[in-house]
Design a protein around this ligand. Sequence first.
Ligand SMILES: N[C@@H](CCC(=O)N[C@@H](CS)C(=O)NCC(=O)O)C(=O)O
Length: 221
Amino acid sequence: MVTLYGVLHSRATRTIWLLDELDMRYDLKPVIQAYRLEAQGLDPLAPDAPLNTRSPEFLRLSPAGAIPVIEDEGLLLSESLAINLYLAKKAGGPLAPKDVREEALMTQWALYGATSIEDAALEIMFAYVNGADEGGQRVIEAASDRLRRPFAVLETHLKAHSHMVGGRFTVADINIAEVVRYAQGHKPLMTEFPRVASWLEHCQARPAFKKMWATRLAETA
Ligand SMILES: N[C@@H](CCC(=O)N[C@@H](CS)C(=O)NCC(=O)O)C(=O)O
């Protein structure tokens, strides 16, 4: 069985969504971000601290000190988008690439999401989490400016294609949806890209996303 280290308030969401889509059993071992403990005034290295991204035991699994990480039959793997591509390929079926060309396209979109979208989208999400005050609004505007070009790429792609790859819902949709989601709270940006917005809503209407989201909302840590 796959062991997944992480919490739902992290990029582990994308792997949990995929695991449920694949109906793959997994064991979730909670590992919280060290910075979240510090924000609560706790020392991540205190003997009674919960397992966190700076715990020596966790750093043995993830030298980068980042969640999510999976352990599967002796394979230790980090980087959420790579984890998802691996799990989809291992499971096979419609979410996986059907050939090397689809695999190449799925890799292309995962890298595009990570390098051209994720950072700016996260800035928007954190600005809203922190109350979107005047400084936050400036961050949101600057991040939106950086996202207009990659979102236009997605918009053009989704005008011609129902999904990211292969004309069906795949791991590529999960990987891009989970990166775009960070900017979803900024409605003025999303309304500029109606195809992206409707594709995202369609992805998020899937039972596996809803299950993951309900679990995330219930997470106390
Ligand atoms: N590119 C990595 C990023 C992993 C990452 O930064 N994870 C955050 C949580 S979403 C983390 O563990 N931060 C640890 C910390 O800052 O202590 C991935 O996609 O897995």
